[in-house]
Every structure is written in C-alpha cells, then in structure tokens.
Design a protein around this ligand. Structure first.
Ligand code: F6R
Length: 369
C-alpha cells in the first residue's frame, strides 16, 4: 500500500500532483465561477465580510499564512492568521462581519474545533477547509471546502498541506469573484496557472535525487536554518517543522528580513541555511532583497542551500547548492518550493534510520488539549 515507496511519507510526497489536481477538480464553470462544497449561509452575507481570521495549528497554520498573501492580494480583505490555541484563550474581536476560515486536515483538532465554536458563538461566519469528509469541524461550520488529498497516513503532513494551500486559493478566487475584486479573465488566468502546478510538481519529483543526495550528505548536522520572505516565509517555517518532527534536528525558520534583528548571530562557519528565493520575474525588490540575505549569511560562513526559480542564474554565485523549481507566479510558488524541503526532511530522516511515518511523541490527530 506504500506503492513501492520506503514510507507512507515518501508515497504521499509523490501523491502531491494528484492532491492538487483533485482539489481543483470541478471547481470552476466556463465563466470562471467557483463553487464551495457546502454553503449553509447566504452568499450575500459572505460578500459583506470585513475581515478574515484563519485558525489552524502546525502545518495547517502555515497553509493559512500562505493564504493571507493570496487572499489579501486578490480580494483586498484583511486576513489575520492565528494559532487556534492562542485565539481561544484570549478575548478575540470577532463579529458577524468576520469570516473564520479554519484549516484542518483531520477536522478533529480539539483546539481548532473549540476556537471555531467560540467564534460561532460570537456571531462570526465559519468556513472549514478540511481533508476528512464528515469530520466534526466541517459539520459544525457554515461552509466547507474539502481538500481532496486522500487519506494521509504519515504523521507529518505533506500532501494535505499542498491541498490546503490550493483550497485557500480557490477560496480567494471565490471571494474575489463574489465581491467583484477580480474579473472573470483574471480568475481564468490564475486557474490556468494553478492547472499547470501538478505537472510542475511532477517535474520536481522527477529530479528528487538531487535533493536526496544533499540530504544524505547532511545526516550529521545538528542544526539547519530556513529563510524566506513573503510567501517564501511560511515555506521556510514548514521546511523547518518537517525537519524537526521527523529527523529530530534542531531547525528554525525565519523571515529573512528578521536576520539582522537577531538570528544572524547564530550564523558561524558551516551553518547550513536553506533560502527560499522568489522569482526574479516577480516584484523586483523581493528577489534582490533575498539575494542580499544569502550574501549576508554566506559572508559569515553559512553553507547556503538555495531553492530558486528555473533560469535564476544569479543565485549560483552565492550558493553551495541550488535546487530549481519551475516558473510560476509568486503567489503560487509555495506549491512548488515546499516540495524539495519535504523530500529533504524525509530522506534525511530515512538516512538516519528513523521511522518517518511515526515520529516519536507525535500523534496524527491531536484531539486532546
Ligand atoms: C505537521 C503536522 C501537524 C498538523 C497539526 C494540525 O506535519 O502534521 O502540525 O498540521 O497537528 O492538524 P490538523 O490539520 O489535522 O488540524
């Protein structure tokens, strides 16, 4: 059932072209109008929302962080992302004009469920992005957008994460259309770019040996840092989380702009640093800023491991290692840039002889508080 792979995690990494394609399947009609799976509120009410709060934990919260960039850009609605357990233990400001978007693979995470219940009591509208049909969180929500990643067996989330990000894009396009922020043509263009993602993930998977070799050479590392800006920031956070949870290596993700506010003090000779580099075709200042961050850490002895877009020759001068991902619009880049980091963690943990599917101390579904 592992389909010839050494672990469920490896198999699920390879399931990702299908997870993204299936999550997009049948969502849009010829006019670019999108559909949600369940909608128990009047779309007119969704139209009137004044802010979105995304609630989730762990990897699912990083999907929420990616969503913030896309939804704010496409819909011009303020989006906050908050960990469910932080949200529920303060007195968050929500009302009937707030849309709560919960993201949960299992649909049973206790903190997320409780946070959603609290928000609902305050009159907020609730929408669930979930991978498990009929689980508690979608049942209790006003609207549901299912991710179609299929059952995820490995404790460390991979394909559910990419499917969650995909679903948040669908939600962004849905709201953008509903509120008149996006024209049909724009929606169609973005959907066309999304439609190309599965083949681009496959291209990365076909070249996975490049990153696996790097991973095996790094099995004795004590600490690995991950840097990113903009949508590359949550990708860096997710890369670090994967490494800590299955390879038990100290790993931290940072917003690259924070370097000089503290983390750069950690850099000394040989410190491995992954850097997620945005497209050089995108907002120009973003690429240049990240390239200068690579130079800053390199000048202090870091071993720079770069994830960059195909054709970005610039970065080679500053990198010990470069893995290229296919071109895509910046907002969609996490669907590609995350994959080599998942492969890296999975291969490194496998090389260390760990059970990557059942990491110590972790459960697949956190139904306790
Ligand atoms: C990490 C991981 C966890 C989950 C988190 C939320 O690989 O799997 O961080 O993302 O426990 O779980 P769900 O999405 O089921 O609410």
């Amino acid at each position: 059932e592992k389909g010839g792979f050494a672990s469920f995690m490896a198999k699920e990494i390879h399931d990702q072209p299908a997870a993204v394609a299936d999550t997009l399947l049948g969502r849009a009609d010829a006019e670019g109008r999108l559909t949600l799976d369940e909608l128990r509120i009047d779309p007119e009410k969704l139209k009137g929302i004044s802010k979105i709060i995304v609630l989730a934990c762990g990897t699912s919260a990083y999907a929420g962080s990616v969503a913030k960039y896309a939804i704010e850009s496409w819909c011009r609605i303020p989006v906050e992302v908050e960990l469910s357990h932080e949200f529920r233990y303060r007195e968050p400001i929500v009302d009937e004009n707030t849309l709560i978007v919960s993201i949960s693979q299992s649909g049973e995470t206790m903190d997320t469920l409780m946070a959603v219940r609290y928000a609902k009591e305050q009159g907020a509208k609730t929408l669930s992005i979930c991978n498990t049909n009929g689980s508690t969180i979608p049942r209790e929500s006003d609207a549901v957008l299912y991710t179609h990643a299929g059952p995820e067996i490995a404790v460390a989330s991979t394909k559910a994460f990419l499917a969650q990000i995909t679903a948040t894009y669908v939600l962004g396009l849905y709201l953008g259309h509903l509120r008149g922020n996006l024209f049909t043509g724009q929606i169609k263009d973005i959907l066309a770019d999304l439609g190309k993602i599965p083949a681009k993930i496959q291209d990365i998977l076909d070249r996975e040996d490049e990153i696996k070799e790097l991973a095996r050479s790094m099995s004795e590392e004590q600490s690995v840092l991950f840097l990113g800006r903009h949508v590359g920031y949550p990708v860096a956070m997710e890369g670090a989380l994967k490494l800590k949870e299955i390879a038990y290596i100290h790993a931290e993700g940072f917003a690259a702009g924070e370097l000089k506010h503290g983390p750069i003090a950690l850099i000394d000779d040989g410190q491995p640093v992954f850097v997620v580099v945005p497209s050089p075709r995108g907002r120009d200042s973003l690429h240049a800023k990240v390239v200068s961050n690579i130079q800053e850490v390199r000048a202090r002895g870091a071993k720079t491991l770069v994830i960059a877009e195909e054709g970005d020759e610039d970065v080679q001068r500053y990198a010990e290692f470069v893995f290229y991902v296919p071109e895509t619009p910046t907002l969609l880049m996490p669907l590609l840039a995350t994959v080599p980091l998942q492969i890296f963690a999975c291969e490194l943990a496998t090389a260390k002889g760990f059970d990557v599917d059942q990491p110590r101390n972790l459960a697949k579904s956190v139904t306790v508080e």
